[in-house]
Design a protein around this ligand. Structure first.
Ligand code: NAD
Ligand code: ZN
Length: 344
């Protein structure tokens, strides 16, 4: 079991990673009344691991359920159960459950206890770490939300055994991203042990999840509200989000292809050697993720043009400064177009 502490203005989070980490929920409850928020898949597969004595409520699956209506249904249940500020909300599930449970717990009575037990790889390394929560509104993703660190995040590696391969891949895209921006040793470990991780070997998975969570935690600790450093976590996502809109591929696939196109920007700026760009594409390929997508390049460029982050002629975005380091730089629309038109 590995343990990390994340300390930021909105709170202090204890993050535990390992096989059986979810059994720490009983201790985390510390005698408080608790409501577990989960989804139907996680409830069906893992309810035996839920702590005794807590009420359980399921929410719907997918982005369509990440809404204020779902949050309201949680408020109703809290009211029925007469929960108060000394009570606890426990989110057990993927990023959707963590975001919704986090938002409900932070807003009800201006904040009650919150503990997360993320059960997807993406949620263990990304969504549950860092204190952002929120819901979609009128078709805009994550439009409404707050910053609030959960008091504990318990990442149980064994929960990943039931996760479909395509969901594992989604998480691996963020694992690669986080190593690429923040830790060259973690990146080298991924290269060395990708095959063991794909076979769900627990030691390797525990190391990869804890390395990745530690990279994100350190970045958030330095810049919780995304004034600068936290922007690095968007690596691969500027082009990735545009790809996601145009190509209708999964988030991880879009980010994987986005990371390669954005690495090409680093290479052409002279910030990264071609051989390191090849290391990135080879790792992405080994993890079953695409290095490019079959989509109209001009539509991807159009989607970037509409990107809200665009200022004047350029875009301020993170790019790699070699493997294990990122920097926020200005990228011109011309540089962006070249990278997208030259996508493999
Ligand atoms: N708050 C943040 O900082 C942050 C960061 C990244 C992503 N997110 C959000 O996270 C969401 C995506 O999260 P996700 O990829 O975990 O999606 P998800 O929550 O939809 O989970 C993916 C699927 O896996 C199922 N599942 C969960 N755990 C399982 C398990 N152990 N075994 C089998 N099936 C399981 C779920 O029921 C679901 O069908 C997005 O809404 C995104 O905006 C938030
Ligand atoms: Zn992402």
């Amino acid at each position: 079991m590995k343990e990390l502490i994340l300390e930021a203005a909105s709170g202090r989070s204890r993050i535990a990673i390992g096989s059986g980490a979810i059994s720490g929920l009983s201790d985390a409850m510390a005698g408080r009344r608790a409501l577990i928020v989960t989804d139907s898949n996680v409830g069906r597969l893992h309810s035996a691991l839920f702590p005794q004595g807590a009420e359980v409520m399921g929410i719907g699956l997918g982005e369509e359920s990440k809404t204020l209506e779902t949050v309201e249904s949680i408020y109703s249940r809290m009211l029925e159960l007469e929960l108060d500020r000394s009570s606890l909300i426990i989110g057990i599930g993927g990023g959707i459950v963590c975001d919704v449970a986090g938002y409900a717990a932070t807003t009800y009575l201006r904040g009650m206890g919150l503990v997360l037990a993320p059960t997807t790889l993406l949620a263990q390394v990304d969504a549950a770490i860092g204190g952002k929560n929120g819901v979609n509104y009128k078709g805009y993703k994550n439009l409404v939300g707050t910053f609030r660190q959960p008091e504990a995040v318990l990442c149980d590696i064994r929960a990943l055994r039931t996760l479909p391969t395509e969901e594992m891949r989604n998480g691996y895209a963020e694992v690669v991203k986080q190593a690429a921006i923040g830790d060259a040793d973690a990146f080298a470990y991924l290269e060395e042990r990708a095959d063991e991780a794909l076979r769900l070997q627990e030691d390797e998975l525990e190391r990869m999840v804890s390395d990745s969570a530690a990279i994100k935690a350190a970045i958030v600790q330095a810049d919780e509200k995304e004034a600068g450093e936290r922007m690095k976590l968007n690596y691969g996502h500027t082009i990735g989000h545009a790809i996601e809109k145009v190509a209708k591929v999964r988030h991880g696939e879009a980010v994987a292809a986005g990371m390669i196109a954005e690495a090409d920007i680093s290479v052409s700026k002279g910030m990264m050697e071609r051989k390191d760009r090849e290391r990135l594409s080879s790792l992405i390929g080994r993890l079953g993720l695409p290095v490019s997508v079959d989509a109209d390049r001009e539509l991807i460029i159009d989607a970037i043009r509409k990107d809200k982050k665009r200022r004047g002629g350029g875009i301020r975005m993170p790019v790699l400064d070699g493997i294990g380091k990122a920097r926020i730089v200005d990228v011109t629309l011309e540089e962006m177009k070249d990278a997208i038109r030259d996508m493999p």
